[in-house]
Design a binder for this molecule. Structure first.
Ligand SMILES: Cc1cc2nc3c(=O)[nH]c(=O)nc-3n(C[C@H](O)[C@H](O)[C@H](O)COP(=O)(O)OP(=O)(O)OC[C@H]3O[C@@H](n4cnc5c(N)ncnc54)[C@H](O)[C@@H]3O)c2cc1C
Length: 467
C-alpha cells in the first residue's frame, strides 16, 4: 500500500478503474456540480477535494476505500456534512460521500429501524413517526444520523430512552482494509463498543440498526421565553425544578436575541431573551402538570410549550442553523448550574452581538446517566448539563468578534468544566480528545485503532492515533 499523502495525486489508471465499477457519481473539480458538492453545512469551511465519491451502496464504499489506499489520497468521510469543524471535507483528498444512501426500513412489530448512512434525522423521524415510534436523535432535521450517532447522540428523548448509541443494535462497517463487517453485542463486540462514541475512527458505517420506542405522535413541547433581565432568577428556579423532573422531561435553555420568526410577536424581535425549551416524552396531561410551575414562574413574555406533533418540535431549531452561515463553537459539560456558572452564563449572554447567535445548555441525567459508563466509548454520562457555546453570523462579517466571544465565555467556564462531548469539539488537538474520552477509555480506543486501522487511514475526524 502507498503511504497516505495529503497532496493531491490522482492516478489516472486507478481513477479509470474506479469509474469503471462505480455505481454512484464521481465528482471532480471540472464537474459542474463540484462547487455545490464540496460544500459542508458550516459556511466558514471551504475546502477543495480532488474527488468526491458519491456512494450508492456498500460496493461503492469498498471501491472508494480501495482507491484511496492505492492512490494514497487522504480521505474525508461525509454523511450529513454537519461536523462543526468541517472534518467531512478535505483539501486535495477524497471525500467518501454517503449522502446518496438514504434507505430506511422500519419494522413496527419489532420496533426497530434499519437506516443507511446518508439519512438525515428529519427523514428518519418521518418514517418512524408514521408508526408512532422514534429513537433519540438530533434536534435539527438536516443533521446526519451517522456522525451524530457515532459520537454518542444527545436529543429530546435522551432522558427517557438514553443516548442514540444506547439504542444502537448493530452497525455495518467497511474497515480501513476495505473489508465488510457487522458490529453488535454478539458480533465484533469490541468494535461495537468503540463505534458507540469513538466517531469515525474505526471504519465507514454503511448502515445502522436502531431500537425504537413509542413516542407521541403528539407531545407537549416548545419554548417558554422571559426577558434576559430575568435570566438569573429563571436559571436558579430552573435548576431546582428540573432536578426533580421525571425522566420523560428533557429541557434545553437558550439565550439569544429573539428571532424575527412568525410565531414571535414583533415587539420582541431582536430583544435579548432567555428561553427554556421542553419536550415531554409521555402523556400530554402528565407533561402539563410537570411544566406548570415553570410556565407560571416570573413573567414569561411568550409561551410556545403546547401539544404538537413530535416531528414539528424536532424542526423547531431548523431556522436558527441553516446551511452556509458561519458558525464557531466551543463546548463543555458542567456538573451543575451552580451560582458561579449561572453568573458567567448570564454575563456572557448579555454580551451577544449577533442577532443569530444562540447558545443551548442541554439537560442531561435520567437514562443517559443510568447506562454504565464503561459500556460504551462515550464519556461523561455523569455530567449535569452540556454547554454548546455557538456563535453565528451569515458571512465572514462579524465572525471574528463572535468567535472571540465564544472563546472568552468558554474560558470563563474553565474552572467548572467536567467533560466534553466529542461531537461538540472543534479541531482542538489530541489532549482535548483524550480529555473527551478520559485516559482509560482513550487508551482502550487506541488499542482498538491499532486493530482496525493501524495506518490511521481514517484520520480526518476527532482522531485517536494508533500509537
Ligand atoms: C445544526 C446542528 C445540530 C446538531 N444537533 C445535535 C444534536 O441534537 N445532538 C447531537 O448529539 N449532536 C448534534 N450536533 C453535532 C453532530 O452530532 C455532529 O456535528 C455530527 O458529526 C454530525 O453528523 P453528520 O453525519 O451530519 O456529520 P459529517 O460532517 O458528515 O460527519 C462528521 C464526522 O463523522 C464521521 N462520519 C460521518 N459519517 C460517517 C460514517 N458513515 N461512518 C463513519 N464515520 C462517519 C467522520 O469522521 C466525519 O468527519 C449538531 C450539529 C449541527 C451542525
Amino acid at each position: 500500500m502507498n503511504a497516505i499523502a495529503t497532496e493531491t495525486k490522482l492516478d489516472s489508471a486507478a481513477l479509470d478503474e474506479l469509474a469503471g465499477s462505480f455505481r454512484g457519481q464521481l465528482v471532480g473539480p471540472d464537474d459542474p456540480e463540484y462547487t455545490e458538492q464540496r460544500k459542508v453545512w458550516n459556511g466558514s469551511i471551504a475546502r477543495s477535494p480532488a474527488l468526491i465519491a458519491r456512494c450508492t451502496g456498500v460496493a461503492d464504499v469498498v471501491a472508494a476505500v480501495r482507491f484511496a489506499r492505492e492512490t494514497g489520497l487522504q480521505v474525508a468521510v461525509r454523511s450529513g456534512g454537519h461536523s462543526f469543524p468541517g472534518l467531512s471535507v478535505c483539501e486535495g483528498g477524497l471525500v467518501i460521500d454517503l449522502g446518496p444512501m438514504r434507505g430506511i426500513r422500519v419494522d413496527p412489530q419489532a420496533r426497530t429501524a434499519r437506516v443507511q448512512a446518508g439519512v438525515l434525522w428529519g427523514e428518519l423521524d418521518r418514517e418512524t413517526q408514521a408508526f408512532g415510534l422514534a429513537t433519540t436523535g438530533g434536534i435539527v432535521t438536516h443533521t446526519g444520523v451517522a456522525g451524530l450517532t457515532l459520537g454518542g447522540g444527545i436529543g429530546w428523548l435522551q432522558r427517557k430512552h438514553g443516548l442514540t448509541i444506547d439504542n444502537l443494535l448493530s452497525a455495518d462497517v467497511v474497515t480501513a482494509a476495505g473489508d465488510f463487517v457487522t458490529a453488535s453485542e454478539t458480533e465484533n463486540p469490541d468494535l461495537f463498543w468503540g463505534l458507540r462514541g469513538g466517531g469515525g475512527n474505526f471504519g465507514i458505517v454503511t448502515e445502522f440498526e436502531f431500537r425504537l420506542h413509542p413516542v407521541g405522535p403528539i407531545v407537549l413541547a416548545g419554548p417558554i421565553f422571559w426577558p434576559m433581565e430575568q435570566a438569573p432568577a429563571v436559571l436558579r428556579f430552573y435548576r431546582e425544578w428540573c432536578a426533580e423532573a421525571p425522566e420523560e422531561l428533557m429541557t434545553i435553555v437558550i439565550h439569544r436575541k429573539a428571532p424575527p420568526l412568525a410565531f414571535v410577536p414583533t415587539e420582541l424581535h431582536g430583544k435579548p431573551v432567555v428561553a427554556v425549551a421542553c419536550c415531554y416524552a409521555g402523556p400530554v396531561e402528565d407533561g402539563e402538570a410537570v411544566v406548570a410551575p415553570l410556565k407560571t414562574f416570573g413573567s414569561p413574555v411568550l409561551d410556545l410549550c403546547e401539544p404538537k406533533p413530535y416531528v414539528e418540535h424536532q424542526s423547531m431549531f431548523d431556522p436558527s442553523f441553516p446551511h452556509g452561515w458561519w458558525y464557531y463553537m466551543r463546548a463543555c459539560d458542567v456538573s451543575a448550574l451552580s451560582d458561579p456558572v449561572i453568573d458567567i452564563a448570564v454575563d456572557h449572554a448579555t454580551q451577544i452581538r449577533s442577532p443569530l447567535t444562540a447558545f443551548p445548555i442541554w439537560q442531561l441525567g435520567g437514562a443517559v446517566a443510568r447506562e454504565p459508563e464503561a459500556g460504551t466509548a462515550f464519556n461523561g454520562r455523569g455530567a449535569g448539563h452540556t454547554f454548546n457555546i455557538t456563535s453565528t453570523t451569515t458571512t465572514a462579517e462579524g465572525f471574528d468578534a463572535e468567535r472571540e466571544w465564544v472563546r472568552s465565555f468558554w474560558s470563563a467556564l474553565e474552572p467548572h468544566h467536567k467533560s466534553v462531548y466529542v461531537n461538540f469539539l472543534m479541531e482542538e488537538g489530541e489532549d482535548r480528545i483524550r480529555e473527551a474520552y478520559g485516559s482509560e477509555k482513550y487508551d482502550r480506543l487506541k488499542a482498538l485503532k491499532r486493530k482496525y486501522d493501524p495506518d490511521n487511514f481514517f484520520r480526518l475526524n476527532q482522531n485517536i492515533p494508533p500509537d
